[in-house]
Design a protein around this ligand. Structure first.
Ligand code: PMP
Length: 416
């Protein structure tokens, strides 16, 4: 197999709309666009199979239930989990991390420790802060320099009280990927539960949780060409078994009595209420869609674009590049030297180039250097050579206009 970004892109109806013909979409770390097969799967679910699952046993309900359990099998294969009992559907990475924080921390002793990093998305910080407060636990951070975590120094914050290490598989702000093999090596035989926030990882790499060796892995479908509002939590069966349920309600019980209830087995124990069924159908289609691609060639294509953007931006005196080329998922993060990031974003938007400006839900990264507000351009496999050329040209034009404006205002060249 090989990969052509141009033909891949044709499968995404949004780019085929007249009003989007000139769109350069570089906000893929926020969410990816959806291929036709995913959109159709969501629609087909409502047209052909809509019914509530697991409880009713009429024909449509059986069909909807079969769909959900088929997608669970696909999700299991997608990340190479050992059993469908290890796949819990949820709304996304945020919900999965909240579930873990609440369910795991309740079993810990006061004074036990949790390790996260400054590069985490807020979804992998705030739930641990909340749980630490509730259960009297200590939250520690991987050693960092100017806010950037030094993952190879993780060992320095591990001790006999460390119970949980929850780290990104790839940072949404910088694209930075910790070496998971190194983390695995450090955690080996320490009886520490290891969570990987894989929200950014699944679109760019093949996931094998058994090879990674983590205990939990979370992801969101909308980051890998699937619908929003759905994702899944992977947990090693023995650990999920030992955890109490999180939300209570229908579907997660076998028997309800006056004083207490009996909980369903895995994975239903963690799936209270009606699941986002049409989105699960779309999640299955996204997994099938990725399964039909040459993933290696896709990743190589993305890497080429990211390296090119880094090269050009680093060579320019007008930008300070914050992200690194090495171990990068597909994100270029930078700051314009002579203007605000927001001004640049508006200029790009005026040219129909979508990037994101802000702290990208990772405020801790910038805390030591003031509030780090960056422009983030993040790629997906449908971004073409032409997209990057248009983006780089727009940046050049912006600098030119800025320069002329400052000259007209009498600002000396050196200040520029
Ligand atoms: N972790 C990371 C690294 C993310 O990029 C995101 C989404 N930006 C999340 C967690 C949360 O994902 P969701 O909002 O889909 O729950």
């Amino acid at each position: 197999m090989s990969f052509s970004a141009e033909s891949f892109r044709k499968q995404f109806p949004l780019f085929e709309q007249e009003e989007n013909k000139g769109l350069v979409y570089l906000d893929n770390a926020a969410t990816t666009q959806k291929p036709e097969s995913v959109i159709n799967a969501v629609r087909d679910y409502y047209v052909h199979s809509n019914a509530n699952t697991h409880r009713s046993s009429h024909r449509l309900a059986r069909r909807a239930t079969e769909m959900v359990e088929r997608v669970r099998r696909e999700a299991m294969q997608f990340i190479n989990a050992a059993s469908t009992r290890e796949i819990v559907f949820c709304r996304g990475a945020t919900e999965a991390l909240n579930l873990l924080a609440q369910c795991l921390c309740g079993n810990l002793q006061a004074g036990d420790e949790i390790v996260i990093s400054t590069a985490e998305h807020h979804a992998n910080i705030v739930p641990w802060q909340m749980a630490a407060k509730r259960f009297n636990l200590i939250l520690r951070y991987v050693p960092h320099m100017a806010g950037i975590p030094q993952f190879d120094r993780l060992g320095e914050v591990l001790n006999e009280r460390t119970r949980i290490v929850s780290l990104t598989g790839g940072s949404n702000a910088l694209g930075l990927r910790p070496d998971l093999a190194v983390v695995r090596q450090l955690l080996r035989r320490m009886h520490i539960m290891w969570i990987v926030d894989g929200a950014q990882l699944a679109a760019h790499d093949i996931i094998d949780v058994q090879k990674i060796g983590c205990d939990f892995f979370v992801c969101s479908a909308h980051k890998f060409y699937g619908p929003s509002g759905v994702g899944f939590l992977y947990g090693r069966e023995v650990l999920l078994e030992s955890m109490p349920p999180w939300l209570g309600g229908g579907e997660m019980i076998t028997n309800v009595e006056l004083e207490a209830s009996h909980y369903a087995g895995l994975p239903h124990k963690f799936e209270a209420g009606t699941s986002p069924l049409s989105a699960i159908a779309g999640l299955g289609a996204a997994i099938e869609f990725l399964g039909q691609q040459d993933r290696k060639a896709m990743a190589q294509h993305e890497q080429k674009l990211v390296r090119w953007m880094h090269r050009e931006l680093m060579a320019s005196p007008n930008f300070r590049v914050i992200s690194q080329v090495r171990h990068n998922l597909g994100i270029v993060s930078f700051i314009p030297v002579h203007s605000s990031a927001a001004d640049l974003m508006h200029w790009l938007d005026g040219r129909d180039i979508a990037v994101r400006v802000g702290h990208h839900c990772a405020q801790l990264l910038g805390k030591e250097s003031g509030d780090l507000v960056t422009v983030r351009a993040s790629v997906a496999a449908y971004n073409t050579h032409k997209d990057v050329q248009t983006f780089l040209q727009a940046l050049e034009d912006y600098c030119e206009v800025q320069h002329l404006t400052s000259m007209a205002a009498g600002v000396e060249g050196d200040d520029w």
